[in-house]
Write a protein that binds this ligand. Structure first.
Ligand code: ASP
Length: 309
C-alpha cells in the first residue's frame, strides 16, 4: 500500500498574527480541520485522490469563511462569479468552469465537465446551461450574501480598483480554496475553487480555473493548487512550472515548490502560495505572503493546521 496524504489551503495573504480575534482564528482552524479530515477519511477507506480533493473543497466552499462557493466575494456588479478546476494525475483528465453564478459547489461542476462532457473548460452562460442540464440547482443571491464581504465591496465599489480578497488587512476574510491528495493506489489529484477578486469586472478570470496556472496534477510529478495574485500566477504558469522543475530538473516536490514561490513568482512581482504533493505522499506548502490558511494529514501520522508562518 502506498503512503497516502492530503493537504488543503484556504488562501494566502496578509494574515498577520494579532489582527484576528482568537475566536475567529479558532473558527478558521475548525473549518480547515473539518475539510481536511473529510478528505483524509476517503483516502483512509481506500477512496480516490480525486474524490478526496473534491470533497475537501466542497467543505471549504460550504463555509462563508473562505472566498469560494458560499463565501465568494462581490463583483463590480454586486454579483458572485466563481471559478473552479480539478485534475486527475493518473489520466491527466481535467475539468474547469469560470464565471459561474448561483452554483453552490463549483468544483463539482468542474468535475462534471471533466467526466460528462467532451470538453475541459466551460465558461459563463454556456457553463450555466451545462449545469442546468446536469440537474444543478441554482441558488439565489441570498445564499452567497455575507455582510463582511458586502462591506469589503462597498469600500471600493465606486472606484476602478479591484482587490485580492486576501490582501484586506482589517478582517480575516481571505482566500481561494484548494486541495491536493495522494491515495493508497499512488494516484494524485488537485482542485481549486474561488470567487476571484472583490470588485472584479469585464469577466475577469484569474489563475484558479486554468490548468497549468492555478491547478495541475500528473502522477509522474506532482499535484498542485495555487492561491495568490492570479494575473501573475497565470503569467508564471505556476502549477505546471512546479511539475516541470520536477520532471526536467529532477527536483523534489519541496525544492520545486520553493523555487517557484520564493524565486520565480517573486521575480514577476507576484505574491501568494501553493500546496503540492507527489505520488509518494510528500507535501510542500510554501507561500511568500505573511500567512496562508493550510492543513495536512498523512498516513505516517503527521498532521498540522497553520495560519501564520
Ligand atoms: N488566485 C485567485 C484569483 O486571482 C485569488 C486568490 O487566490 O485568492 O482569482
Amino acid at each position: 500500500m502506498n503512503n497516502f496524504s492530503i493537504a488543503i489551503h484556504g488562501g494566502a495573504g496578509t494574515l498577520v498574527k494579532g489582527l484576528m480575534t482568537l475566536e475567529l482564528e479558532a473558527e478558521y482552524k475548525a473549518a480547515l480541520k473539518t475539510a481536511r479530515d473529510i478528505g483524509y477519511k476517503i483516502l483512509e477507506q481506500g477512496g480516490t485522490a480525486l474524490d478526496a480533493v473534491e470533497s475537501a473543497v466542497n467543505s471549504l466552499e460550504d463555509t462563508p469563511l473562505f472566498n469560494a462557493g458560499k463565501g465568494a466575494v462581490f463583483t463590480y456588479e454586486g454579483t458572485h462569479e466563481m471559478d473552479a478546476s480539478i485534475m486527475d494525475g493518473k489520466t491527466l483528465d481535467a475539468g474547469a468552469v469560470s464565471l459561474v453564478t448561483g452554483i453552490k459547489n463549483p468544483v463539482s461542476l468542474a468535475r462534471d465537465v471533466m467526466e460528462k462532457s467532451y470538453h475541459v473548460f466551460l465558461a459563463g452562460e454556456g457553463a450555466m446551461k451545462f449545469a442546468k442540464s446536469n440537474g444543478y440547482d441554482i441558488e439565489t443571491p441570498e445564499y452567497f450574501y455575507d455582510e463582511v464581504r458586502y462591506k469589503q465591496w462597498q469600500g471600493i465599489k465606486d472606484s476602478d480598483s479591484f482587490q485580492l480578497d486576501h490582501s484586506v488587512k482589517k478582517d480575516g476574510k481571505f482566500g481561494t480554496v484548494g486541495a491536493v491528495a495522494c491515495d493508497q493506489h499512488g494516484n494524485i489529484a488537485g482542485a481549486t475553487s474561488t470567487g476571484g477578486m472583490t470588485n472584479k469586472k469585464w469577466g475577469r478570470v484569474g489563475d484558479s480555473p486554468m490548468v497549468g496556472a492555478g491547478v495541475y496534477a500528473n502522477n509522474k510529478t506532482c499535484a498542485v493548487s495555487c492561491t495568490g495574485s492570479g494575473e501573475f500566477f497565470i503569467r508564471g504558469v505556476v502549477a505546471y512550472d512546479v511539475s516541470c522543475l520536477m520532471e526536467h530538473k529532477g527536483l523534489s516536490v519541496e525544492e520545486a515548490s520553493n523555487e517557484v514561490i520564493h524565486k520565480r513568482i517573486l521575480e514577476l512581482k507576484g505574491d501568494g502560495g501553493l500546496i503540492a504533493i507527489d505520488a509518494q505522499g510528500n507535501i510542500a506548502m510554501p507561500f511568500n505572503t505573511e500567512g496562508m490558511y493550510r492543513a495536512f494529514k498523512t498516513s505516517k501520522g503527521e498532521e498540522e493546521i497553520y495560519i501564520y508562518k
